[in-house]
Structures are given as structure tokens and as C-alpha cells.
Write a protein that binds this ligand. Structure first.
Ligand SMILES: *Cc1c(COP(=O)(O)O)cnc(C)c1O
Length: 452
């Protein structure tokens, strides 16, 4: 790196290392188990589809992991992301609370996912990998990985859940602009895809099926690896740039949050935002509340079972120690597509179980109401996923008003909603409905948990 670049990086106040919460957790999650033998997985089990650089980060208990210079140079395109004080939202809510938000929608991909896509591609390239295969649901992860592969000159193949492939054509276009090959999943390109199509030619696909296709693709070719956009420890590690920057930005205005909020699908933007503050809580006794906001239609942390489960429908992936609704749980088609996952990050799950973080679940009509209040006051149209965090922040601000307390609230705005406008149409037409999960359905889904 040139001297000039080094000086620029310093001036930009970007973190030089990621924070690894495994160094400080009072209890670590139980280890991932091999799906066949049910014994803890070792590096050799993972090396057919992941580079050793990332496998090492999955298990390391070093507190700080240096961010490679090549990754920092690309981060510089959009990092540090802005931290805004939401003055106009505070006024609209007539609250004594101070509301700050970190804006990850400012990335070229439009969400926080590029923070991990860039280092994932970097470590793969370093180990000679030429091509990555992945799945994507609503498309945010596929877009981020496509951009990162383009930066480093790797090929990228994305299996995109068929229903989204047709419903969200613009995210597919974005992936293709960056040179990726995009297949509607289930596809004719893999055995698992062909088997599903044979049984049901009209299958709309699911994230679980798309994962099976991408893993099969990667495992079958020496030049190809697989990449995952959330849940795993190394993904959350990369996302900690969000919270580390926010801490420094808040310090500059002499502020420290009473509560830190982020939405939660697999837990990566929550972990990235909240774990640097969890460090203060665990190590220094700070009294900060850490709140994960999830959909009541897919209430993994608030109502799920804490134990081992598979990460995908077919049962190809290792068993992870986490909160889960059962791998066969089919969440209803809520508009926050990025929050429809049956499991959650093992690190976050353990912290919730140990009472260090907490979770709240919200219905999508209330979430969209808060999204509109936010859009009208701050001018940014938020992603439906991120709007869960906005709603939790609004509730905290209203509680502060009720109590006559000057609370400081920090939330992460994980992405913008400019490619989610059809969802806003549905809301504006008054056609949005809530899908609270009936207890019987939950019990049914949990019956099929694997016996370990
Ligand atoms: C993918 C996504 C999420 C959910 O994923 P996490 O891993 O829980 O962060 C949230 N917000 C946006 C904008 C996303 O694209």
C-alpha cells in the first residue's frame, strides 16, 4: 500500500482490525457437528468448500483479527459509513430520547452485506480459488458477492430462489451487471435441483434448496468454493466494522448508547453492530441494552428452541448450536425476505440465552408504519428488514417519553429499500397483513428437530 493510501485510511478513521467476541464470551456455543457422524467438525470437513483463511476465523479466539490492506482499500469506497443523529425523527415522535443511526445502505450494494463479501472473496482468491457459488433469497447477498467477485476478478454463480428471481428482477440485473451467472433455483444445473424439478416442475424454490444447489456446485469443482452471507462466526467478525466505527463516531460527540438495536435474520448486522458494545458490557460492566428485532412471522430468538439443528433443508450442512424453528419451518412470505431464516447465528443465540442480548418480535404492519414515519422525517426509504430495527427504536423512544427519560438510542439501518418498492405499494394499498405464528404450527415444526 502506498504512503498516500495509508494516510488516507488513517484520516478516514477506519478500524484496522475486526473484533472477535469469542475472546470475551462467558460461554461459547457448543461446536458444530458433522451431519453424518455427529462428531465436532474439523478443518478437513470444511476445506472442500471454504478457504483455510476463513476456517481459521471461524474458530479463532484471538480478540482482534487484522483487516488485510487489500480489504481496507476496497472498504474505503464507502467506509466509514455515516452515523446520523435523527433529529427530525425525534421531533416527529416528540421524544426526549436522542436517536442515532448508522447507515449501511450507503454501501454500493445498498446493504451491510458487502462488509463480509469483500474479505470472503479476498481469502478465497489468496488460496487460488477462481470461482464462487452461492445462494440468494431476495438478492441482497447475491448482489454483494457479485460486486466483491468483480473487484477481485473471480467468477460468481448465484442460485437465486425462483420466486424472487421473477419478483425482484432488478437485483438479478445488478448481479449480471457485475458479471455473475444467475440461475433460478431449483435449476437444471445440479442433481439436487433436477431432483426437485422432477418431483415438482413448478417448484418456486426456497433458500434451503438454493443452499443445497450452491454447496453441490462448489463441492464438485476444485476451482470453486462456497460463500455464505450470514450466521457463521467469520461473517459476524467481518461485520464488526459497523459497531467499531459507530463507537468512535459517538465518542466524538461525547455520546454512549443506553440501547443498541439491529434487525435480525441470521444475526450478522446485529452482531456487527452490537458485539463491540457487548465487549463493554461483558468486560467493563457497561449497562447497555442490546436488542435484536425479528419478525413475529419468523420468531427464531423469541420463540425458537435452543439446541442443535441443520442450517439447510436437505441436511447437508453441519449441525449448529442455535435458536431454531426447525429446518423445515416454512416462514410465510413476509416482505422482509432477508429475515426469513429458521435458525440464527450460534454466537448471538448463546448471548441471548445467557441474557447478554435480548430479542423482540414485531408484525410487519407495525414495522411498515414506523418505516413511513422514518422515511418522511429522515428522507431515506428503509429496507423492510431494517425497518424492524426502526420500529424497535421508535418503541424505545416512545417509552423514554412516557418515562420522561433522556435515553440515547443507537440503531443500525442495514439497507435502503429502493428495490423493495413493490412491498411499499402493498402497504400503501392497505393490503399488508400480519402472520403471527400459531403455537400448533411452532410445535409441529419443532417435532422434526434432529436427535443428537
Ligand atoms: C440480509 C439482510 C438482513 C438480514 O441479515 P442479518 O445477517 O441478520 O444481518 C438485514 N437487512 C438487510 C438490508 C439485509 O440485506
Amino acid at each position: 500500500m502506498s504512503e498516500k493510501t495509508k494516510i488516507l485510511l488513517k484520516e478516514k478513521h477506519m478500524p484496522k482490525a475486526w473484533y472477535n467476541i469469542m475472546a470475551d464470551m462467558p460461554n461459547l456455543p457448543k461446536p458444530p457437528l458433522h451431519p453424518g457422524t455427529k462428531q465436532p467438525v474439523g478443518p478437513d470437513d470444511l476445506s472442500p468448500i471454504f478457504p483455510m483463511g476463513l476456517i481459521g476465523q471461524e474458530v479463532t479466539q484471538e480478540r482482534w483479527v487484522e483487516i488485510p490492506e487489500e480489504v481496507q482499500e476496497i472498504y474505503r469506497l464507502w467506509r466509514p459509513t455515516p452515523l446520523h443523529r435523527a433529529h427530525r425523527l425525534e421531533k416527529a415522535l416528540d421524544t426526549p430520547a436522542k436517536i442515532y443511526y448508522k447507515y449501511e445502505g450507503a454501501s454500493p450494494a445498498g446493504s451491510h452485506k458487502l462488509n463480509t463479501a469483500v474479505p470472503q472473496v479476498y481469502y478465497n482468491k489468496k488460496e487460488g480459488i477462481k470461482r464462487l457459488a452461492t445462494e440468494t433469497g431476495a438478492g441482497q447477498w447475491g448482489v454483494a458477492l457479485s460486486q466483491a467477485c468483480n473487484f477481485f476478478g473471480l467468477e460468481c454463480t448465484v442460485y437465486m430462489v425462483k420466486v424472487s428471481y421473477h419478483q425482484k428482477p432488478y437485483r438479478r440485473t445488478m448481479m449480471q451487471i457485475f458479471g455473475s451467472e444467475v440461475f433460478a433455483s431449483p435449476s437444471e444445473h445440479t442433481n439436487s435441483g433436477r431432483a426437485i424439478l422432477k418431483a415438482d416442475p413448478d417448484s418456486l424454490g426456497s433458500l434451503g434448496i438454493a443452499i443445497s444447489e450452491a454447496v453441490e456446485d462448489a463441492a464438485g469443482r476444485g476451482d470453486t468454493n462456497y460463500a455464505l452471507g450470514s450466521v457463521l462466526n467469520h461473517v459476524i467478525l467481518h461485520q464488526t466494522v459497523i459497531g467499531l466505527e459507530a463507537k468512535e463516531q459517538l465518542e466524538k460527540v461525547d455520546a454512549y448508547p443506553d440501547v443498541v438495536i439491529a434487525c435480525c435474520g441470521g444475526g450478522s448486522n446485529f452482531g456487527g453492530t452490537a458485539f463491540p458494545f457487548a465487549y463493554d458490557k461483558i468486560v467493563k460492566g457497561a449497562k447497555v441494552k442490546l436488542v435484536a428485532a425479528e419478525p413475529s412471522a419468523c420468531p427464531t430468538l423469541t420463540r425458537g428452541h435452543f439446541g442443535y439443528d441443520f442450517g439447510d433443508v436437505a441436511g447437508f450442512t453441519p449441525l449448529l448450536w442455535m435458536y431454531t424453528l426447525g429446518k423445515e419451518f416454512m416462514p410465510p412470505g413476509i416482505h422482509a425476505g432477508g429475515l426469513r431464516y429458521h435458525g440464527d447465528s450460534p454466537l448471538l443465540s448463546q448471548l441471548v440465552h445467557d441474557g447478554i442480548a435480548e430479542a423482540r418480535a414485531f408484525g410487519q404492519t407495525a414495522v411498515f408504519e414506523s418505516a413511513l414515519v422514518f422515511a418522511k422525517s429522515e428522507g431515506i426509504i428503509p429496507a423492510p428488514e431494517s425497518s424492524h430495527a426502526i420500529h424497535a427504536a421508535v418503541q424505545e423512544a416512545l417509552a423514554a417519553k412516557e418515562a420522561g427519560e433522556a435515553r440515547t438510542i443507537l440503531f443500525n439501518l442495514s439497507g435502503h429499500g429502493l428495490l423493495d418498492l413493490p412491498s411499499y405499494d402493498t402497504y400503501l394499498e392497505g393490503k399488508l397483513i400480519d402472520y403471527p405464528l400459531p403455537e400448533e404450527n411452532l410445535k409441529e415444526a419443532l417435532k422434526k428437530l434432529p436427535q443428537v
